[in-house]
Design a protein around this ligand. Structure first.
Ligand code: GRF
Length: 190
């Protein structure tokens, strides 16, 4: 049987990329074809290699080139792209080629705390500064507008009054680890 081929784009540690790789290892319907990063120092590149997954690393200029990225994904026969902690803008050519096949993980309950500059710890800081009682994660399709593509799934966590940024980060990480793989699997196989 031909497997659905998934590319993961990541810029940093890659705990989500690793979770996806481990989840789909040995899966007879889905395979992680490669991990792509814009950051040559990203831990995700070493982790993926250790797990036997092909990696690509390109400069910020290269990953801004829509024709280049699109050709790479088409040559690699990629069916789905998952952005897991990927910090660069996706070129419009790639979005057009992979419309409804390009999925992002965002560490807040969109539409809250999305948009330009809202990534990583900036999101958690803003959530805590606004005394929110809850936060969560959003898994959504990517379209031309930052963090505004159709939402596939959201998962919530409560914020206690005494929660620090590290507490919120670990709650979010927990949700990501628990739910990203299953949502990706269900979306691909739907
Ligand atoms: C995650 O919190 C993800 O939601 C966000 O960036 C973080 C990446 O973590 N977009 P990791 O690189 O997967 O460990």
């Amino acid at each position: 049987m031909i497997k659905h081929r998934v590319a993961i784009f990541a810029s940093g540690t890659g705990s989500n990329a690793v979770n996806l790789i481990n989840t789909f290892k040995g899966n007879d319907q889905i395979e992680v074809a490669f991990v792509l990063s814009n950051n040559s120092a990203a831990r995700v590149l070493d982790s993926a290699k250790e797990l036997g997954v092909k990696t690509y690393c390109y400069s910020n200029e290269e990953v801004a080139d829509g024709a280049f990225l699109t050709n790479l994904c088409l040559e690699e026969k990629i069916d789905w792209i998952v952005l897991a902690g990927y910090l660069r803008l996706i070129p419009s050519e790639l979005i057009a080629e992979y419309s409804n096949k390009l999925i992002n993980l965002h560490p807040s309950l969109l539409p809250k705390y999305g948009g330009k500059g809202m990534y990583g710890s900036n999101v958690h800081k803003a959530v805590l500064e606004n005394n929110e009682k809850e936060s969560g994660i959003t898994i959504h399709y990517v379209n031309q507008e930052f963090d505004k593509g159709r939402i596939i799934a959201q998962f919530h966590c409560a914020i206690a009054p005494e929660d620090q940024q590290s507490d919120l980060e670990s709650k979010i990480r927990h949700l990501e680890q628990a739910y990203l793989p299953i949502v990706i699997q269900n979306t691909i196989l739907a």
